[in-house]
Design a protein around this ligand. Structure first.
Ligand SMILES: Nc1ncnc2c1ncn2[C@@H]1O[C@H](COP(=O)(O)OP(=O)(O)OP(=O)(O)O)[C@@H](O)[C@H]1O
Length: 279
Protein backbone atom coordinates (compact mmCIF):
# COMPACT_ATOMS: atom_id res chain seq x y z
CA UNK A 1 0.00 0.00 0.00
CA UNK A 2 1.39 3.40 -0.96
CA UNK A 3 2.26 5.77 1.86
CA UNK A 4 -0.41 8.43 2.07
CA UNK A 5 -2.99 6.31 0.27
CA UNK A 6 -6.53 7.08 1.47
CA UNK A 7 -7.00 3.35 1.77
CA UNK A 8 -4.24 2.16 4.04
CA UNK A 9 -6.26 1.63 7.20
CA UNK A 10 -5.25 2.12 10.81
CA UNK A 11 -1.84 1.25 12.25
CA UNK A 12 -0.95 1.29 15.91
CA UNK A 13 2.77 1.05 16.43
CA UNK A 14 4.63 0.48 19.71
CA UNK A 15 1.93 2.13 21.81
CA UNK A 16 2.49 2.34 25.55
CA UNK A 17 0.07 3.90 28.04
CA UNK A 18 1.02 4.56 31.62
CA UNK A 19 -1.56 5.44 34.30
CA UNK A 20 0.60 6.45 37.26
CA UNK A 21 2.36 3.25 38.28
CA UNK A 22 0.20 1.03 36.07
CA UNK A 23 1.22 0.19 32.52
CA UNK A 24 -2.15 -0.34 30.80
CA UNK A 25 -0.58 -0.90 27.36
CA UNK A 26 2.99 -1.87 26.63
CA UNK A 27 4.53 -1.60 23.17
CA UNK A 28 1.36 -2.69 21.36
CA UNK A 29 1.51 -2.91 17.57
CA UNK A 30 -1.46 -3.89 15.42
CA UNK A 31 -3.18 -2.84 12.25
CA UNK A 32 -6.70 -2.76 10.87
CA UNK A 33 -6.34 -3.09 7.12
CA UNK A 34 -9.04 -1.63 4.85
CA UNK A 35 -12.10 -3.83 4.42
CA UNK A 36 -11.33 -6.11 7.36
CA UNK A 37 -12.82 -7.00 10.72
CA UNK A 38 -10.25 -7.21 13.52
CA UNK A 39 -11.16 -8.45 16.99
CA UNK A 40 -9.43 -7.21 20.13
CA UNK A 41 -9.85 -9.67 22.98
CA UNK A 42 -8.34 -10.39 26.36
CA UNK A 43 -9.30 -10.84 30.00
CA UNK A 44 -10.72 -8.01 32.12
CA UNK A 45 -8.17 -5.26 32.58
CA UNK A 46 -6.07 -6.38 29.59
CA UNK A 47 -6.09 -2.89 28.04
CA UNK A 48 -8.74 -3.21 25.31
CA UNK A 49 -10.73 -0.11 26.27
CA UNK A 50 -7.51 1.81 26.77
CA UNK A 51 -6.52 1.00 23.20
CA UNK A 52 -9.92 2.22 21.95
CA UNK A 53 -9.41 5.37 23.99
CA UNK A 54 -6.01 5.90 22.37
CA UNK A 55 -7.48 5.51 18.86
CA UNK A 56 -10.35 7.87 19.79
CA UNK A 57 -8.04 10.50 21.27
CA UNK A 58 -9.28 10.24 24.86
CA UNK A 59 -5.97 8.84 26.08
CA UNK A 60 -2.59 10.05 24.87
CA UNK A 61 0.05 7.32 24.71
CA UNK A 62 3.36 7.87 26.45
CA UNK A 63 5.12 6.13 23.56
CA UNK A 64 4.27 4.92 20.07
CA UNK A 65 2.50 6.28 17.00
CA UNK A 66 -0.72 5.87 15.08
CA UNK A 67 -1.22 6.22 11.35
CA UNK A 68 -4.54 6.58 9.53
CA UNK A 69 -4.81 6.71 5.75
CA UNK A 70 -1.03 6.39 5.72
CA UNK A 71 -0.48 9.64 7.61
CA UNK A 72 0.58 10.24 11.21
CA UNK A 73 -2.62 10.35 13.25
CA UNK A 74 -3.15 12.38 16.42
CA UNK A 75 -6.81 11.67 17.13
CA UNK A 76 -9.06 14.25 18.74
CA UNK A 77 -12.46 13.00 19.95
CA UNK A 78 -14.42 15.86 18.42
CA UNK A 79 -12.78 15.45 15.01
CA UNK A 80 -13.02 11.69 14.82
CA UNK A 81 -16.20 11.48 12.73
CA UNK A 82 -14.87 13.99 10.22
CA UNK A 83 -11.77 11.83 9.92
CA UNK A 84 -13.94 8.84 9.01
CA UNK A 85 -13.91 7.00 12.34
CA UNK A 86 -16.98 6.20 14.46
CA UNK A 87 -17.22 4.50 17.83
CA UNK A 88 -19.96 2.77 19.76
CA UNK A 89 -19.83 2.68 23.55
CA UNK A 90 -19.98 -0.32 25.87
CA UNK A 91 -22.94 1.18 27.77
CA UNK A 92 -24.86 2.30 24.61
CA UNK A 93 -24.73 6.05 25.43
CA UNK A 94 -28.08 7.17 23.99
CA UNK A 95 -29.76 10.37 25.15
CA UNK A 96 -32.66 8.86 27.12
CA UNK A 97 -35.18 11.68 26.56
CA UNK A 98 -34.67 11.88 22.80
CA UNK A 99 -36.40 9.54 20.39
CA UNK A 100 -34.52 6.82 18.59
CA UNK A 101 -34.40 8.80 15.34
CA UNK A 102 -33.28 11.98 17.12
CA UNK A 103 -30.42 10.03 18.68
CA UNK A 104 -29.35 8.84 15.24
CA UNK A 105 -29.68 12.36 13.81
CA UNK A 106 -27.14 13.53 16.39
CA UNK A 107 -24.63 11.24 14.74
CA UNK A 108 -25.08 13.24 11.55
CA UNK A 109 -24.64 16.65 13.14
CA UNK A 110 -21.13 17.16 11.85
CA UNK A 111 -22.22 16.42 8.29
CA UNK A 112 -25.19 18.76 8.14
CA UNK A 113 -24.64 21.92 6.15
CA UNK A 114 -26.74 24.02 8.51
CA UNK A 115 -25.60 23.89 12.14
CA UNK A 116 -27.57 24.20 15.32
CA UNK A 117 -27.46 28.00 15.34
CA UNK A 118 -29.11 28.30 11.94
CA UNK A 119 -31.63 25.61 12.97
CA UNK A 120 -32.51 27.61 16.06
CA UNK A 121 -32.85 30.80 14.03
CA UNK A 122 -34.87 29.02 11.36
CA UNK A 123 -32.48 30.16 8.63
CA UNK A 124 -32.99 28.89 5.05
CA UNK A 125 -31.51 25.48 4.52
CA UNK A 126 -31.86 24.33 8.11
CA UNK A 127 -35.36 22.84 7.70
CA UNK A 128 -34.32 21.11 4.50
CA UNK A 129 -31.18 19.76 6.16
CA UNK A 130 -33.22 18.54 9.11
CA UNK A 131 -35.65 16.69 6.80
CA UNK A 132 -32.75 15.12 4.96
CA UNK A 133 -31.06 14.15 8.20
CA UNK A 134 -34.28 12.59 9.51
CA UNK A 135 -34.74 10.64 6.28
CA UNK A 136 -31.18 9.26 6.34
CA UNK A 137 -31.41 8.47 10.04
CA UNK A 138 -34.69 6.59 9.56
CA UNK A 139 -33.02 4.61 6.77
CA UNK A 140 -30.18 3.89 9.19
CA UNK A 141 -32.65 2.52 11.73
CA UNK A 142 -34.31 0.49 8.98
CA UNK A 143 -30.99 -1.07 8.04
CA UNK A 144 -30.69 -2.26 11.64
CA UNK A 145 -34.28 -3.55 11.62
CA UNK A 146 -35.57 -1.06 14.19
CA UNK A 147 -37.26 1.67 12.09
CA UNK A 148 -40.58 0.87 13.79
CA UNK A 149 -39.10 2.31 16.99
CA UNK A 150 -38.00 5.60 15.37
CA UNK A 151 -40.40 7.85 17.29
CA UNK A 152 -40.12 6.12 20.66
CA UNK A 153 -38.12 7.66 23.48
CA UNK A 154 -34.75 5.91 23.81
CA UNK A 155 -35.21 5.16 27.52
CA UNK A 156 -38.40 3.18 26.73
CA UNK A 157 -36.67 0.85 24.28
CA UNK A 158 -35.56 -2.68 25.16
CA UNK A 159 -31.78 -2.95 25.58
CA UNK A 160 -31.15 -4.90 22.33
CA UNK A 161 -33.04 -2.19 20.40
CA UNK A 162 -31.03 0.55 22.13
CA UNK A 163 -27.84 -1.19 21.01
CA UNK A 164 -29.05 -1.20 17.42
CA UNK A 165 -29.98 2.47 17.61
CA UNK A 166 -26.48 3.24 18.89
CA UNK A 167 -25.00 1.24 16.02
CA UNK A 168 -27.23 3.06 13.53
CA UNK A 169 -26.00 6.38 14.98
CA UNK A 170 -22.40 5.34 14.31
CA UNK A 171 -23.11 4.02 10.81
CA UNK A 172 -25.00 7.08 9.52
CA UNK A 173 -21.72 8.97 9.75
CA UNK A 174 -20.53 6.65 6.95
CA UNK A 175 -17.30 5.77 8.74
CA UNK A 176 -14.38 4.06 7.06
CA UNK A 177 -13.42 2.57 10.43
CA UNK A 178 -15.89 1.55 13.12
CA UNK A 179 -14.71 0.96 16.69
CA UNK A 180 -17.28 -1.42 18.14
CA UNK A 181 -17.18 -1.78 21.91
CA UNK A 182 -18.83 -5.04 23.04
CA UNK A 183 -21.56 -5.10 20.37
CA UNK A 184 -22.90 -8.46 21.58
CA UNK A 185 -22.79 -7.57 25.30
CA UNK A 186 -26.20 -7.89 26.94
CA UNK A 187 -27.80 -9.43 23.84
CA UNK A 188 -29.59 -12.76 23.73
CA UNK A 189 -28.36 -15.57 21.50
CA UNK A 190 -31.21 -14.82 19.05
CA UNK A 191 -29.69 -11.36 18.41
CA UNK A 192 -26.19 -12.67 17.68
CA UNK A 193 -26.81 -13.99 14.18
CA UNK A 194 -28.24 -10.81 12.60
CA UNK A 195 -25.60 -8.69 14.34
CA UNK A 196 -22.83 -10.99 13.11
CA UNK A 197 -24.18 -10.81 9.56
CA UNK A 198 -24.29 -7.01 9.72
CA UNK A 199 -20.72 -6.71 11.06
CA UNK A 200 -19.40 -9.11 8.43
CA UNK A 201 -21.16 -7.15 5.67
CA UNK A 202 -19.65 -3.75 6.59
CA UNK A 203 -16.24 -4.13 4.89
CA UNK A 204 -17.91 -5.08 1.61
CA UNK A 205 -20.65 -2.44 1.67
CA UNK A 206 -20.79 -1.15 -1.91
CA UNK A 207 -21.74 2.42 -0.90
CA UNK A 208 -19.62 2.90 2.18
CA UNK A 209 -17.07 0.15 2.87
CA UNK A 210 -16.04 0.19 6.50
CA UNK A 211 -13.41 -1.78 8.39
CA UNK A 212 -14.13 -2.75 11.98
CA UNK A 213 -12.07 -3.01 15.16
CA UNK A 214 -14.18 -4.70 17.80
CA UNK A 215 -13.78 -5.48 21.46
CA UNK A 216 -15.92 -8.39 22.55
CA UNK A 217 -16.02 -11.02 25.29
CA UNK A 218 -18.31 -13.44 23.41
CA UNK A 219 -15.73 -15.64 21.75
CA UNK A 220 -18.14 -17.40 19.38
CA UNK A 221 -19.14 -14.01 18.04
CA UNK A 222 -15.50 -12.90 17.66
CA UNK A 223 -14.44 -16.09 15.96
CA UNK A 224 -17.43 -15.95 13.63
CA UNK A 225 -17.01 -12.38 12.35
CA UNK A 226 -13.31 -11.50 12.51
CA UNK A 227 -10.67 -11.87 9.81
CA UNK A 228 -7.91 -11.33 12.39
CA UNK A 229 -7.90 -11.46 16.18
CA UNK A 230 -5.45 -9.70 18.50
CA UNK A 231 -5.13 -10.89 22.10
CA UNK A 232 -3.99 -8.61 24.91
CA UNK A 233 -3.05 -9.66 28.42
CA UNK A 234 -1.83 -7.23 31.09
CA UNK A 235 -1.40 -4.59 28.38
CA UNK A 236 0.79 -6.74 26.15
CA UNK A 237 -0.03 -8.30 22.83
CA UNK A 238 0.28 -12.05 23.45
CA UNK A 239 -1.12 -13.42 20.18
CA UNK A 240 -2.42 -12.30 16.80
CA UNK A 241 -3.75 -14.31 13.89
CA UNK A 242 -6.79 -15.76 12.23
CA UNK A 243 -9.57 -17.04 14.51
CA UNK A 244 -8.42 -20.66 14.09
CA UNK A 245 -4.79 -19.74 14.84
CA UNK A 246 -5.91 -17.91 17.96
CA UNK A 247 -8.13 -20.74 19.17
CA UNK A 248 -5.19 -23.14 19.20
CA UNK A 249 -2.62 -20.74 20.66
CA UNK A 250 -1.45 -21.81 24.13
CA UNK A 251 -0.65 -18.20 25.06
CA UNK A 252 -4.32 -17.33 24.63
CA UNK A 253 -5.55 -20.08 26.93
CA UNK A 254 -2.88 -19.06 29.39
CA UNK A 255 -4.06 -15.45 29.33
CA UNK A 256 -7.68 -16.42 29.93
CA UNK A 257 -7.07 -19.11 32.51
CA UNK A 258 -4.21 -17.38 34.27
CA UNK A 259 -1.84 -20.32 33.88
CA UNK A 260 1.62 -21.02 32.56
CA UNK A 261 1.59 -21.74 28.76
CA UNK A 262 4.01 -24.67 29.27
CA UNK A 263 1.25 -26.49 31.20
CA UNK A 264 -0.89 -26.66 28.05
CA UNK A 265 -0.93 -29.14 25.18
CA UNK A 266 -2.34 -28.13 21.82
CA UNK A 267 -4.43 -30.77 20.00
CA UNK A 268 -4.27 -31.30 16.26
CA UNK A 269 -7.74 -29.69 16.13
CA UNK A 270 -8.61 -26.36 17.64
CA UNK A 271 -8.96 -27.41 21.27
CA UNK A 272 -6.39 -26.62 23.92
CA UNK A 273 -6.04 -29.06 26.79
CA UNK A 274 -4.65 -28.46 30.24
CA UNK A 275 -1.97 -30.93 31.27
CA UNK A 276 -2.26 -29.64 34.83
CA UNK A 277 -5.14 -28.10 36.71
CA UNK A 278 -4.65 -24.37 37.26
CA UNK A 279 -3.80 -23.55 40.86
N1 LIG B 1 -8.13 6.36 33.44
C1 LIG B 1 -7.50 5.38 34.09
N2 LIG B 1 -6.75 5.64 35.16
C2 LIG B 1 -6.10 4.66 35.82
N3 LIG B 1 -6.12 3.35 35.47
C3 LIG B 1 -6.88 3.04 34.41
C4 LIG B 1 -7.59 4.02 33.65
N4 LIG B 1 -8.25 3.39 32.63
C5 LIG B 1 -7.94 2.09 32.75
N5 LIG B 1 -7.12 1.87 33.79
C6 LIG B 1 -6.54 0.59 34.19
O1 LIG B 1 -5.84 0.10 33.05
C7 LIG B 1 -5.97 -1.32 32.96
C8 LIG B 1 -6.59 -1.65 31.61
O2 LIG B 1 -7.96 -1.24 31.64
P1 LIG B 1 -8.94 -1.39 30.41
O3 LIG B 1 -10.24 -0.78 30.82
O4 LIG B 1 -8.28 -0.85 29.20
O5 LIG B 1 -9.08 -2.96 30.28
P2 LIG B 1 -10.11 -3.81 29.41
O6 LIG B 1 -9.32 -4.87 28.74
O7 LIG B 1 -10.91 -2.91 28.57
O8 LIG B 1 -11.01 -4.45 30.56
P3 LIG B 1 -12.59 -4.86 30.50
O9 LIG B 1 -12.66 -6.08 29.63
O10 LIG B 1 -12.87 -5.20 31.94
O11 LIG B 1 -13.36 -3.69 30.00
C9 LIG B 1 -6.83 -1.76 34.14
O12 LIG B 1 -5.96 -2.18 35.17
C10 LIG B 1 -7.56 -0.50 34.54
O13 LIG B 1 -7.88 -0.49 35.91
Amino acid sequence: MLKGSPDSGLSVSGVTVQFGGLRALEDVTLSVPPRSVVGLVGPNGAGKTTLFNVVSGFVRPSAGQLTWDGHPFHPKPRRLVRQGIARTLQDVGLFPHLTAVENVMLGRTTQRRAGYVSSLLGLPGSARDERESRRISTEGLDRLGVAQHAERQASALPYPVQKRVALARALVTRPRLLLLDEPAGGLGAEDFEPLAELVKSLPGDPDSPCSVLLVEHHMDFVMGVCDQVVVLDFGRLVAAGTPSEIQSDPAVAAAYLGIDPTDIEVDAGTAVTLTEEPA
